[in-house]
Design a protein around this ligand. Sequence first.
Ligand SMILES: Nc1ncnc2c1ncn2[C@@H]1O[C@H](COP(=O)(O)OP(=O)(O)O)[C@@H](O)[C@H]1O
Ligand SMILES: [Mg+2]
Length: 361
Amino acid sequence: MAPDALVRLQKVSKVFPGGIVGLEAVDLDIAPGEFLTLLGPSGCGKTTSLRVIAGFESPTGGNVLLEGRDITGLRPFERPVNTVFQDYALFPHMDVAANVGFGLSLRKLTSAEQVKRVRDALDMVGLADKLRARVSELSGGQRQRVALARAIVCEPRVLLLDEPLSALDAHLREQMQIELKRLQARLGTTFVMVTHDQTEALSISDRIVVMNKGRIEQTAAPATLYDRPATRFVASFIGTMNLLQSRFIGRDGERLRFAAGELPLEATSDNGDTPAAGDTRTIGVRPEDLLAAGEAAEGTAPARVSGVVFHGRTLRLHAELGQGTPIVIDAPRRADGSQFGVGDVAHISLRRGANCPVLSN
Ligand SMILES: Nc1ncnc2c1ncn2[C@@H]1O[C@H](COP(=O)(O)OP(=O)(O)O)[C@@H](O)[C@H]1O
Ligand SMILES: [Mg+2]
């Protein structure tokens, strides 16, 4: 195993009674101190992965390792792992201190030590003044912090968070994302978070694991996932991406030249793909990497505009290339108000220096 992996999932599978596949041969290394996020649509196996790491679920195949030691058979409380659940699972009629201290009651600590640990944990999440408040009196954001404090008070090696911010409104959610990241940096604890929200994953994570149907599609840093998605699934799940069936034309060193109909494209492949002239591949093109001009020129392809959506600084043009291929372009809004309208023909080209990924299925 990688010498620096804290947690390793080794060919972990989970088949539920009735043959429902939760996880299929998942291999994953989690590094010490990283903020790792599991991202994917509902039902792709995110929660099951967390439950396997926590020990609430035993895999039907494969192993879970902690610092190289096989912990697959250990019960949850025997693992240095704590979980923040989606619904927080707090005791509403107990006060904040009792909720946070609950996790410590199984440990052999003096009551003075317990009080100190509870205070320190509440300090960390900015709730030192709410020690004696009842949970039922707290706001959503404060409850979220109590749940966090209850998990960090045990000083786990790994903190698991299942959609921790999903109950909060959009504004508070963004604020808590920043706080969560700050807390993680301060503690130096490994955080493994689950979310189905790509914006949240991109803004908070050191690395993201994109999951689909019980399998990992790609594991990478946010910028890499955005710039170099490996698969069609990742490309269409993260941001907006045009998926263009394109013909291979030739090679310029590292650059692969393709054409989507009349539209010339340049791409790079990370998987050593060596297409022959005339082969087709799916090329991912970001809307912001396309230019739309009023006049035809060398390297442009005509597209008829079918919709214009206001996006603030840019206009999102929905258009059709020849053969009815849909394409989305983000065009800067012009100061003089001249802009494309529905029915206009825009002449589309790839922005110079844009780097399009070749996508596998
Ligand atoms: N206890 C269970 N019994 C049967 N099927 C389950 C159980 N838990 C999860 N599943 C199924 O396993 C798959 C993955 O579920 P889950 O890990 O909860 O997905 P996610 O958290 O990504 O939404 C889904 O098809 C789900 O219905
Ligand atoms: Mg889930």
